[in-house]
Ligand binder design. Sequence first.
Ligand SMILES: [Zn+2]
Length: 144
Amino acid sequence: MKTKLTTLILAFTAGLAFGHEGIELGPNKGRIVEFSDNETMHGEVTEKDGKLHIAVLDKDMKPVEVEAQSLAVTGGTREKPVKVEITKVAGGFTLPVPADGEWLIMQYKETPDAKAIIARLNYNTKKCDPCGQPEWRCACGEKK
Ligand SMILES: [Zn+2]
């Protein structure tokens, strides 16, 4: 299984740097994903009302107005990647909650002409004992 996932990721992100691997939580206890190469833009992923919300945050984790920015998300499996339907909302994007264990490959663009930044999220809903949060937004593993 692990091999499959790795292959999936490589297939989607060949030639691009991943950035740092650590899990970081945002001001709303959401999972932070990198939307830049230099920590100046972030996405904070939270779950609400049956949807994932991805808020766009600046380098100080302050909300950013979403205008020219775009997000494309691929889910599904390596055998059958599925384009996820994205809705642009105030301050970010929403998408349907993925299946448990599904990988989301996000391609964020600051403007239509900008280079796409790749972020990824494993939607693992297994509950983490120490913090009581699902693994996908648990930062217990982080040791500084
Ligand atoms: Zn935890």
